[in-house]
Design a protein. Structure first.
Lengths: 298, 369
């Protein structure tokens, strides 16, 4: 009896351990395959040159540039709104009030909305509604804004990454010690002054972490920009907000599914994937570093 | 001093409401684009003149009931109706159409489908939006989505839950601090990267392993989707398991239960509501995931129970077809309808997970049951 029990225990514990091993092994295999497949093609020249010969040769510079531009515009939109929402949730709202609860529920829901829905929303709201309205008012019906472009893609992505910013900033504001706030208020500072001079400086690293995580997320997402601004191939870089752009993730998608000769361009696909992976991992790693430094500081 | 305080508070509160507004706007605008399906093509023609708006609008509603019975009529009739429909979709021809708008709308309604899609049409078994006789049957897409979801969750849930149990109950502290971030790395993989890996590497590997015919199929897609769902299920489950009060475990151990008995018969049941919520969140993630299915499932809208057949999911359909449709077309509206379905479903899942966890788990762990 004892023996059987011990055996079952061993098997069951073994099963849990094996699960961990399987998951981690898959991650390692994925990393190794992508690194091996991409490392030979990856070079400085690959990063800084345009695609050539119908995208069968050359580099990925426009995709890198487009991704960078998009995440910058996205951050400009998402970070202030995210930070202010986090401020409201931590400083102004009473936790038990239904308003605060609704806002929190909305933020969580926003983080669960499928990314393709953001794409649809970008199309229906930004391009057709806002863009269409702008064209009607400013350019007399000429088609400028009512079509996919980098601005609408970035704003769509900003909605997607808003919860990331909010959660991160909220966490760091909560980490600002109560004593500091009390001291500031006791010295006669008003609430807004306290927030501006005490809370926000204390939460700076949280805002930075939130921005980095949002960029990492935004750089990797493809579904929201499928039909709000990403382009298959462009001979020139985008130079205004109403231009389309190329993006790393979208580049991987079209190269591996719609390219002229998928096998021939395989090294380029692997290298592009490697670049995207390195980019997101580096960003995530930096965010983790900042966060752990923040934890130690308090 | 006072006004600045006042305005700061008001502005901050106002901005905070934005996230609520966004959710509502997303629903409204995604849903708004689906409306033409329900009101029929008459709506498009009403843009021409205000007088006609009422007549044709009325005609459409008047014909509503008749039409459902007529639907399913012979194909030539439907095609004849369709040609007129295409003329009406482009704005430039509005003026041409306007002269006969009233008449033609009657004609179409008599001849059958027109630009309208009935509930019956949406429940059809054929998804063929780009053809001479477009069919918008959502059934194959829904079947495909569920097939992928089931395959993915069958892989993801056991693996993630067992791994979480190992991390929470058996692993020593140092190992735990390694396992958790290691598995969470998976969450950092952009879905297009997982899709790429599934498309190039996994598909070939599984084909060699099982020797089936279609290289890209539901199985490959499902396994790849499991990779996307594992980190969510793992993280939530692990958090819930570590939140189980240590008194539970101590009591069990004191009664002579062994470590694995405590883990499987005390910790696991105590965390059950949280695990349930974690699986729901995982399903939500799988349901809405687009890039992985778009790349790894073959995208053929078939109804079959064979896991090694190609499938096309709801989300992949939007992703693959939206870029090529005509704005305002029926096809366009149906894609938005699919979007509305996805949104409502994930919203419901999320709400269920949230309230279930908040309600059941918290009261249970605080010993109020």
């Amino acid at each position: 009896m004892k023996k059987i029990q011990k055996l079952t225990g061993g098997v069951m514990m073994g099963a849990t351990g094996l699960s961990v091993v399987i998951i981690i092994a898959v991650i390692v295999i994925m990393l190794i395959v992508i690194i091996i497949g991409g490392k030979d093609t990856l070079s400085w020249k690959f990063l800084t040159s345009f695609p050539q010969d119908g995208m069968t040769k050359g580099g990925i510079f426009p995709a890198l540039y487009g991704t960078a531009l998009m995440v910058i515009i996205m951050s400009v939109a998402a970070v202030p709104f995210g930070a202010i929402t986090a401020l409201y949730l931590t400083e102004y709202a009473r936790e038990s009030s239904w308003i605060a609860k609704t806002v929190q529920f909305a933020v969580r829901t926003l983080s669960m909305v499928p990314s393709i829905i953001f794409g649809l929303f970008g199309l229906g709201f930004f391009i057709k509604f806002v863009g269409g309205g702008m064209d009607k008012i400013f350019s007399g019906g000429k088609l400028i804004w009512a079509q996919p472009n980098i601005l609408w893609a970035s704003l769509t992505m900003a909605l997607l990454t808003l919860p990331v910013v909010i959660v991160s900033v909220e966490e760091s504001i909560k980490a600002v010690p109560r004593d500091l706030r009390d001291a500031s208020l006791a010295l006669g500072a008003t609430k807004w002054q306290t927030i501006r001079k005490v809370v926000l400086p204390g939460a700076r690293s949280g805002i930075l972490t939130g921005t980095i995580l949002a960029i990492s997320r935004g750089a990797g997402e493809v579904a929201p920009i499928l039909f709000t601004g990403a382009a298959y191939y462009l001979a020139t870089l985008p130079h205004s907000l109403s231009d389309q752009f190329m993006s790393l993730g979208y580049h991987i998608y079209i190269m591996s599914t719609q390219s002229v000769n998928v096998d021939q361009t395989l090294p380029i696909q692997f290298a592009t994937t490697l670049v995207l992976l390195l980019l997101t991992f580096t960003l995530n790693f930096v965010a983790v570093l900042i966060r752990s430094r923040l934890r130690r500081a308090h | 001093m006072r006004p600045s305080e006042f305005f700061a508070e008001k502005i901050i509160t106002g901005v905070a409401f934005l996230s609520i507004a966004i959710i509502i706007l997303i629903f409204l605008f995604v849903f708004r684009e689906t409306l033409p399906i329900f009101s029929g093509k008459a709506v498009k023609k009403t843009e021409v003149t205000s007088v006609k708006q009422e007549t044709s609008g009325a005609a459409a509603t008047y014909q509503n009931e008749n039409k459902q019975e007529v639907y399913g009529g012979s194909e030539p009739e439907v095609q004849a109706a369709k040609q007129e429909v295409y003329g009406a979709t482009s704005n430039s021809e509005d003026t041409l159409v306007s002269g006969e708008a009233g008449v033609s709308s009657y004609k179409e309604d008599e001849s059958g489908e027109g630009n309208r899609v009935t509930v019956k049409g949406l429940a059809g078994k054929v998804w063929m939006p780009v053809s001479d006789n477009p069919r918008y049957g959502l059934l194959p897409l829904i079947v495909g989505t569920f097939k992928i979801t089931i395959i993915a969750i069958l892989f993801a849930a056991p693996l993630a839950i067992l791994a979480a149990l190992f991390s929470a109950a058996f692993a020593p502290r140092w190992m735990r601090e390694f396992i958790k971030p290691a598995i969470e790395i998976l969450a950092g993989f952009p879905s297009v990267v997982i899709g790429f890996f599934a498309l190039i590497v996994m598909a070939t590997f599984f084909q060699h392993l099982f020797g089936y015919e279609t290289r890209l199929n539901a199985f490959v897609g499902g396994v790849a989707m499991a990779l996307a769902a594992i980190p969510i299920i793992f993280t939530v489950t692990e958090d819930v398991m570590t939140a189980v009060p240590s008194t539970y475990k101590e009591a069990s151990l004191a009664l002579g239960a062994s470590k694995w008995q405590t883990a499987f018969f005390v910790t696991l049941p105590a965390a059950a509501p949280g695990i349930f919520a974690a699986v729901l969140l995982g399903i939500g993630r799988i349901f809405g995931e687009t890039m992985i299915v778009l790349m790894a499932t073959g995208n053929a809208a078939l109804i079959s129970m064979n896991p090694f057949d190609s499938v096309r999911t709801l989300s992949a359909t939007i992703g693959a077809e939206m870029a090529e449709v005509v704005f305002g077309d029926t096809h366009y509206s149906v894609l938005f309808l699919i979007g509305t379905l996805l949104f409502v479903f994930t919203f419901a899942l999320n709400a269920t997970a949230e309230f279930y966890v908040k309600g059941r788990l918290m009261t249970r762990l605080q010993g109020k049951t």
